[in-house]
Design a protein around this ligand. Structure first.
Ligand code: ADP
Length: 314
């Protein structure tokens, strides 16, 4: 059975519980919650029962332990997570503006997760995996990007498949070398999963249809566009499939795309048809937004089935 790998930041997140113009108004804060886009993605894969692993780095502290405990509990192989003595686990603070947009304060570059040295054990974990999932954020820290790129090369050379979620936050777009890394990853990508307009960062096309056609022509096999509360779409040589978002009460959108991605990749690797993979990923994204805390809304197969059952019967 395929074993899924991702590489990248493992963090804790502190969340403001009320909207406001600054953290002083957005009180009280709650957390710490396990977080980091690659960590949320792989936790979702683990919860669906697929063999999976993450390579990353946490501090030798309670925050690191919190993440390791959660990932292990949910079935993720964390033997490739380095625990760095004397360093702190990365963190993120998030608050919501009145219009629903988010403000993040990150402590990543100078925390344990900002680097990931090459080790023989890390290489062995890569060799044991047959699918690699790249998050754009993992390409924005030079010390992490080298390991993510190594994992891409190793898994592809071993005959595995590659999925890619650009997940590009505005503050990382000017990172030196990021553009080249994104293009190198896309050139080897089998399953591309951008959000909204992110697809236009990878093509000069003027319309979404043209952009999709160009990327399929360039060798991407499947494209999934995430559209937040407007659902999602899948494209391949066989055509287009759309799914409307499931009506839920959105409490916290952070992590929805990662849960959606983890579910889509899991069903795609199982050989599910596009509509089945899309429907389950859409349910995973919907469940994710109903929970406060980015990794709190990852789903089991039974939880997805239960939500889809109530959705279908109205
Ligand atoms: P990202 O965080 O990567 O930008 P999105 O915000 O597009 O990802 O969310 C991913 C998916 O989660 C969406 O395509 C949709 O299926 C689901 N989703 C997101 N927000 C909602 C919502 N408010 N209600 C229902 N489903 C949602």
């Amino acid at each position: 059975m395929a074993k899924v790998l991702t590489v990248g930041e493992i963090l804790v997140e502190i969340v403001a519980t009320t909207k406001g113009d600054g953290f002083r108004e957005a009180q009280p804060l709650i957390g710490p919650f396990p977080s980091g886009a690659p960590a949320i993605f792989i936790d979702q894969v683990g919860k669906l029962g697929k063999p999976c692993a993450i390579l990353g780095r946490v501090g030798d502290d309670d925050f690191g332990q919190l993440n390791l405990d959660r990932l292990r509990r949910d079935g993720v192989d964390v033997s490739g997570v380095e625990v760095a003595p004397g360093e702190s686990t990365g963190s993120a603070f998030v608050r919501y503006r009145e219009d629903g947009s988010r403000v993040f304060v990150f402590n990543i570059a100078n925390a344990a997760c900002g680097t990931l040295p090459a080790t023989p054990h890390g290489r062995a974990v890569m060799d044991g995996c047959t699918h690699m999932h790249v998050m754009g954020t993992a390409l924005s820290a030079p010390g992490l990007a080298a390991r993510a790129m190594e994992a891409v090369e190793v898994v592809k050379q071993n005959g595995g498949t590659l999925s890619f979620d650009p997940n590009l936050r505005p503050e990382i777009l000017n990172t030196p070398g990021l553009r080249e890394a994104l293009d190198r990853v896309l050139a080897q990508t089998d399953l591309f999963m951008p959000s909204g307009d992110e697809i236009f960062l990878f093509t000069e096309a003027q319309t979404e249809a043209e952009a999709v056609a160009e990327l399929l022509e360039r060798g991407v096999r499947d494209i999934v566009i995430k559209r937040g509360a407007d659902g999602a779409s899948h494209f391949d040589a066989g055509g287009r499939t759309d799914v409307a978002a499931i009506a839920v009460e959105e409490l916290d959108p952070t992590g929805a795309g990662d849960c959606f991605g983890g579910a889509f990749v899991s069903f795609w690797l199982d050989g599910a048809d596009p509509a089945t993979a899309l429907t389950h990923a859409n349910a995973a994204g919907a469940r994710a937004v109903t929970r406060l805390g980015p990794m709190e809304g990852t789903s089991t197969r039974a939880e997805l089935a239960a939500l889809l059952a109530t959705t279908e019967t109205g």
